[in-house]
Design a binder for this molecule. Sequence first.
Ligand code: NDP
Length: 252
Amino acid sequence: MTEARLYDLLLYAWCALGLVTFVVLLFVPAPYGRHARQGWGPTVPRTAGWIAMESPALIVFSVLFCLGARRGPIAIVFCAMWSVHYVNRTLVFPLLLRGGQRTTPLAIVGFAVLFNVVNGYLQARYLFALGPVYPSSWLTDPRMLLGGGLFFFGLTANVRADRRLRALRARHGDGYHIPRGGLFRWISCPNYFAEIVEWSGWAIATWSAPGAAFALWTAANLVPRALAHHRWYVEHLADYPAERKAIIPFVL
Ligand code: NDP
């Protein structure tokens, strides 16, 4: 069987697994952060866990970029977009985390490593080897401009929301506090909303099936988690703003 055929089968299976994951996560929140609980096996320090689980995305993507035949300006732009996100997520975000010596289950790290290896392969192999070659006019194509704009809006909003969350513990001490300002005025989880916007932008900019699969997986992970966070806030913080939604302003 050719790699292209295997790639297609993997992509179909990957999308199906994303849908199953969405349904499971609606009932069983991933057991880290405020949803951490007993019974998920050994744990590792949280910062090390984040670095370990996100670094495969950077490594796999970079290796496949180097092995791929496409090194032109379009490939470099996609590589830069990916790297900006994952350098932040792999190194900057974990090293700035606040909240003491919290831990993450090794099982979560394992799932995330698997996700990042498969997703990194699907994105990079399509862009740098198996997908159609982008015309040189792609950099000014409306899909690239719209997708790139959404990507950078999402990236910026995600970083800003994560920063606001970090500031809560710097200001009020350990534990959970009501986040305010920015997109928190309307939703409980703007970092998740922004991450979904970001990868939807990637899907539009790459105009690709693997890009769309990544956006769907991001929503499958983060919409159920936002609903669980929102329920947690309402149950645990008495004066939580009643008008705030979970993840989509005015809707959900
Ligand atoms: P959370 O919003 O649950 O937590 C982010 C950080 O802020 C954690 O350190 C958390 O502490 C702290 N925090 C959250 N809420 C409060 C609060 N009310 N008061 C004080 N501190 C708070 O995000 P995740 O940890 O789930 O995700 C982190 C980043 O990773 C996000 O930007 C997210 O978009 C991204 N991500 C992307 C995924 C994808 O599929 N693409 C999947 C998962 C995450 P604590 O850990 O102690 O709860």
